[in-house]
Design a protein around this ligand. Sequence first.
Ligand code: SF4
Ligand code: SF4
Length: 129
Amino acid sequence: MRLRLIYSPSVVEKPILATVILKTGVTINILEAKVDAQRGELVVSIPTEGESLQRVIEMFQDAGVEVQLLTKTLQIDLERCTSCGACISPCPTKALRFRSDWTIDFDEERCVACRVCVKACPVKAISIP
Ligand code: SF4
Ligand code: SF4
C-alpha cells in the first residue's frame, strides 16, 4: 500500500516516521519526499496490510500527520503509444521503462501519481483515472 503523508508545520521536524518504524517493526520505504521548514510531504510504500497497516496509519494520524491512500492505477493506451520514450526520463521514480521490444513497462509499486508522464506524452497515451 502506498500512502501520502502530509506533515503540518507543527510536526514537520518531529521524527515521526522513525518512531513508527521502531514501534511497529514495519519497514517503510520512502518513494518521494518534499520537505522544508514549513511543510513536509512524503509518498511511502508500506509492505503490510490488515491490522498491521491500520496500526501504522493510526500512529501517523495520532502524531498529527494527514494520511492519504494512493490507490490509483496509471493507464497506458498502447494503441496510441509510439514508443517515443518522452515519458521515461521525466518520471521521478523510474516507474516507466522500455521492455526489450520497445513497449512501455510500468511498475505500479514505484508510481507516486505525480502526473509528470501524463503531461509529457505527446499523444496523450497515459492517463490516471
Ligand atoms: S505518474 Fe508517471 S511520472 Fe509520475 S511516478 Fe507515476 S509513472 Fe512516473
Ligand atoms: S510518451 Fe507516450 S507515446 Fe511516448 S513512450 Fe511514453 S506513453 Fe508512449
